[in-house]
Write a protein that binds this ligand. Structure first.
Ligand code: SAH
Ligand code: SF4
Length: 355
């Protein structure tokens, strides 16, 4: 990888980092200090304290000692972009990669934090900027939690929702994702409501089954895009390992266990997946599921080609027409607002390379 001036921002890679780690690990790291010190430290981290110097309930010598032994954060915000709609995109340097995380504002001013789970993505969807980057590595749970802490600080007020819809495929990083979700939702740590968290997946059947068993109350969205298997594998190449019948079976199992409505996301690509027959196949796929279809008019990504031809946004008439076609087939349909486009922070526009 090319040298980037922001990479390895601290030059302190030998020091343990602390943000996003559970109490048991902090107790270990802080030894021989007593456990209650670890608890105090955890509270500081969850409240957003950024430096040891601010932890004035620790003596000066203790603060200095911690400073010598540890680094609070493993990542650093290197750029903050604010859209006129109030959305904020953060570019975050890890010790070897750059990632992005976003706050999206909706019409009623709720704030949604959008988190990344991988640097790059191995699925390679042709319409997605992250997919065009290729795959670098899975993020550690602490790197996922730190995004939330950075966003919370940037937002300046309460975050209402979390969507795991940033860079990468969350269910290909299930172990670290799970640890991050525990930190985000546990009463002892960030105490974020599970019902206000949505995980979006391109459809990793085994991962969906894992959520059914281990992630009660967390919401699930499937990036269906199209229910035409042949078209889907051309648009989302690495999904071939999880063909649609297997994904559907996993969703049925999920709903048997969780009894929660799932979202089927369809990024609408003008003239590609909005034909009459696309509405038919989506309706067949949705049969037997408690689902709502969320249409996302494609957000432009430079040089996005599908089999040699440039992709284009659907027209307003195409989006409305496709929504109507789905409704006629008995489906619940919503159309997603275009938020965060001014900072290239909208769906599918994350990937630091061109920013
Ligand atoms: N990898 C996961 C989560 C990140 S992608 C997944 O695919 O679900 C989050 C959502 O953004 C997906 O629904 C995807 O279809 C959508 N998306 C990707 N590129 C897009 C683009 N250029 N415009 C609009 N939506 C896009
Ligand atoms: Fe990966 Fe999701 Fe982008 Fe596809 S849409 S390349 S799965 S991040």
């Amino acid at each position: 990888m090319e040298h980037h001036p922001y990479l390895n921002p601290f030059n302190e890679r030998m020091k343990q980092t602390l943000a996003g780690k559970p109490l048991a690990e902090l107790i270990e790291h802080l030894k021989p200090l007593p456990a209650f010190r670890a608890r105090q430290l955890l509270h500081h981290i969850c409240r957003g304290t950024r430096t040891f110097a601010e932890m004035t309930d620790f003596s000066l010598s203790l603060r200095e000692d911690m400073e010598r032994r540890f680094t609070l954060y493993s990542s650093k915000v290197v750029q903050r972009l604010t859209d006129k709609d109030g959305s904020i995109k953060l570019q975050i340097a890890l010790n070897d990669n750059m990632i992005e995380a976003v706050i999206l504002r909706d019409r009623i001013e709720r704030k949604t934090a959008c988190l990344s789970t991988q640097a790059g993505c191995p699925i390679g969807c042709v319409f997605c900027k992250t997919g065009k980057l290729g795959f670098s590595r899975n993020l550690a749970s602490t790197e996922i939690v730190e995004q939330f802490l950075h966003l919370q600080r940037a937002a300046g007020s309460r975050i209402d929702n979390i969507v795991v819809m940033g860079m990468g495929e969350p269910l290909l990083n299930p172990v670290e994702l799970r640890k991050a979700l525990i930190f985000l939702t546990d009463e002892e740590t960030l105490n974020f409501s599970k019902r206000s968290i949505t995980i979006s997946t391109c459809g990793i059947a085994e991962g969906i089954r894992g959520l059914a068993e281990n992630a009660p109350n967390i919401r699930l969205a499937l990036s269906l895009t199209t229910a035409d298997q042949d078209l889907r594998k051309r648009l989302m190449p690495a999904t071939v390992a999880n063909p649609l019948p297997a994904v559907k079976e996993a969703l049925l199992y999920y709903q048997q266990r969780q009894k929660r409505r799932v979202t089927l996301e369809i990024v609408l690509l003008g003239g590609v997946n909005n034909r009459q027959e696309d509405a038919d196949t989506v309706a067949v796929f949705a049969r037997g599921l408690d689902a709502v279809v969320n249409l996302i008019p494609w957000n432009p990504v430079s040089d996005a080609l599908f089999e040699g031809a440039p992709l284009r946004q659907p027209t307003r008439a195409e989006t409305d027409g496709f929504a109507e076609n789905l409704r006629k087939r008995g489906l619940n349909v919503t159309v997603r607002l275009k938020r965060g486009r001014g900072v290239a922070g909208a769906c599918g526009q994350l990937g630091y390379v061109e920013n």
